[in-house]
Design a protein. Sequence first.
Length: 422
Amino acid sequence: MEIYFQNDKPALLGGQKVMTERFPSWPIYDGTEEQGLFDVLHSGRWGRLDGKFTALFEDEYAKLMGMKHALATSGGTTALISMLGALDIGPGDEVLMPAYTFVATYNVVVLNYALPILIDTDMESFQIDPRKMEKAITKETKALMPVHMGGVPADLDRIIAIAQKHRLPVIEDCCQAPGSEWKGKKVGSYGVGGAFSFQSSKNLNCAEGGAVTTNDSNFDRACRAFHHQGQTRNTASFATGEGVRGTNARMTEWQSRILLAQMTRFSEQDRQRTENAYYLNSLFMDIPGIYPAKLYPGTTNVSYHLYMFRYDKTHFKGMSRERFIQALRAEGISTGTGYGRLNSDPYVLGLTQNKYYLKIYGEKMMKQWVERNRCPINDKLTSEQSLWLSQSVLLGSRQDMDKIAEAILKIKKYAKELIDSE
């Protein structure tokens, strides 16, 4: 494909910016959502215990994901919490998770006073490295928790093989991946269960909300009980329930009805994002130094929540990633660096001084934990190369994708001048 510059110079050097109009805003809604809210309002039943829309959403979401069961929760975080609760993860247990992820994946492990073991990243895919995951397994490992970052499936064949070899359950963090597929099956169907998020930035959203999907009826019952104070019936009861722990992670009827409305557009939006992402991949193949996130061979669909790509400054005359971002934003294209070095973040390192963790694990083990969590590949990726475009950018037109490539080519052509003008 040929790109024709509207104005040869980058906007930072006085040229005309490539994007003169904004990308689609998010969320997208119309009278369908409005009517849905009125439906809940006038029903007089606003919670799932006496309403009907949450159960309806669960049925529809299970069908959409090709699963036997879906449990609606108050958030993606509480979906993960419910699964860890169902597996009875607790003090002394270790859960293996990626270093490259949102902090919620870490938080749900810590809330159970278990030990999160952060695994290094596969640079090319942005996903957890299965080889390093297996090496980190100990007799205290009780679960593997891969994350399908950006909607791109992790290497599920290898992860499931490792789990079967070591007889460990897999919890799939699918919070960014509703609709993504591995070998024709939706993610979330390979482990014991999958967690999804419907937070306001997500591809399917109701501001806050989540779901657990599973094909295991016993696991569904355990998650359902945990998320409803130990009770398995869809009613309130003065009696206690199953197990010994539980919480309230129920979704409201308002959230469920908004999601049912949003689902009417989901498949078409998913198709558009995927087509645009694959088209961007083809454009970037002709731009040395710009590398889209690698897709593993088992990937049959990517429901892009993020378009992740790497920037190699050596192909841009040594221009820093920060200057590249500044130049791209001046062209009307917003991008960011994404997640950072979770394993060395002060928030995470503070766990070594937590009085409860010191009581459970001891000072020596907590120091060893810091060493176990060293992730040099992730350090390099996040500090030098990682870049994102948001999912709403992929809802733009084919011409918008051309303009993204055009902007990068302009920046590349004038890299030296952009460096000198800093």
